[in-house]
Design a protein around this ligand. Structure first.
Ligand SMILES: *[C@@H]1O[C@H](CO)[C@@H](O)[C@H](O)[C@H]1NC(C)=O
Ligand SMILES: *[C@@H]1O[C@H](CO)[C@@H](O)[C@H](O)[C@H]1NC(C)=O
Length: 228
C-alpha cells in the first residue's frame, strides 16, 4: 500500500442501528479525530441532524469528501421481485444518496471555495456503486441476475453521479461512482472472493489520485474504468 498524500484530519462515520425492527435513539461516539454519528439515510430529519453535527465540528472549513456508502440488498429474481422490494431498495440505494448529497452540499461548497483543482483534497462525492449496475456488462455478470432491485437502483445511482458531476463542476466538486469489489461483508456474503481489508488500500489510493480527468467516471477499487 502506497502512503496516501491526503490524510484527513477529521473523520466522520455514520451508521444506523436497528434492533428488533426499532431504530436506536441518537448517539455520538468521539475518539481523537474520529466521530461515529447516528444517521438514518431514509429519514429527512436524521439527515438534517447529522449535517448540523458535522457542521458544528468542521466550522468554516466545510467538508472535503462525502462517501455515499449506505446500501441494502435482497435476493429477488424476475419471479420473486415485487413493487414493494423495488421501492424499498430504491429508497435506500438511490433516493437516500441523492438526499444526503443535497444536504451536505453547502458544506462541500464551503470546502471547495477554500481550494483549487479537483479531487478529495478539495471537495468530492464518492458514490458506492457496483459492477452489477453496469448495463454493458449484464451478460458477463450473469451471477448478479437475481438481484433486480439492487442492480436497477445502482444503475440509477450512476445516473445521479453523471448529473451531479455535470451540475457541480462549476463549484469544483468532483463526483464519481466507485465499485468497491465484491467483498465478504454482511451484504456480499461468504462467496465473495475478497475480504474488506484487501480492497480498502485500493479504494483509498483511487480516492487519493482522483482529479479533474476522473470527474463523472465509474471506477473500480483498482482504479480501472468500468463501462456504464
Ligand atoms: C467534470 O469536471 C470537469 C472539470 O470542470 C469537466 O471538464 C467535466 O466535463 C466534468 N465531467 C462531467 C462528466 O460532467
Ligand atoms: C452520488 O450520488 C448522489 C446521489 O445519488 C448524486 O447526487 C451524485 O451525483 C453522485 N455522485 C457521484 C460522483 O456519483
Amino acid at each position: 500500500m502506497s502512503p496516501l498524500s491526503l490524510m484527513p484530519y477529521l473523520w466522520f462515520s455514520t451508521c444506523c442501528i436497528v434492533t428488533a425492527g426499532i431504530r436506536t435513539a441518537q448517539f455520538t461516539v468521539h475518539c481523537g479525530c474520529s466521530w461515529l454519528l447516528c444517521a438514518d439515510v431514509v429519514c429527512e430529519n436524521s439527515i438534517k441532524k447529522v449535517v448540523k453535527e458535522v457542521e458544528e465540528i468542521v466550522g468554516d472549513k466545510g467538508l472535503n469528501c462525502l462517501i455515499n456508502n449506505a446500501g441494502i440488498n435482497v435476493v429477488a429474481s424476475l419471479e420473486e421481485v415485487t413493487a414493494e422490494t423495488m421501492l424499498t431498495i430504491y429508497e435506500t440505494n438511490t433516493v437516500a444518496q441523492l438526499m444526503v448529497t443535497k444536504a451536505f452540499l453547502p458544506l462541500l461548497r464551503k470546502a471547495a471555495q477554500l481550494s483549487t483543482g479537483m479531487g478529495c483534497h478539495r471537495a468530492a462525492i464518492i458514490n458506492m456503486s457496483s459492477l452489477a449496475a453496469s448495463m454493458q456488462l449484464v451478460q458477463a455478470n450473469e451471477m448478479f441476475l437475481k438481484v433486480y432491485p439492487y442492480r436497477i437502483a445502482k444503475t440509477a445511482l450512476n445516473m445521479i453521479t453523471r448529473c451531479l458531476a455535470a451540475d457541480l463542476k462549476s463549484d469544483g466538486i468532483l463526483c464519481i461512482s466507485l465499485h468497491p469489489g465484491w467483498l465478504q461483508t454482511d451484504m456480499g456474503g461468504n462467496m465473495a472472493p475478497m475480504q474488506v481489508q484487501e480492497a480498502i488500500p485500493g479504494i483509498l489510493s483511487v480516492m487519493d489520485r482522483l482529479g479533474e480527468k476522473e470527474n463523472g467516471s465509474f471506477l473500480d477499487w483498482q482504479g480501472e474504468t468500468l463501462p456504464w
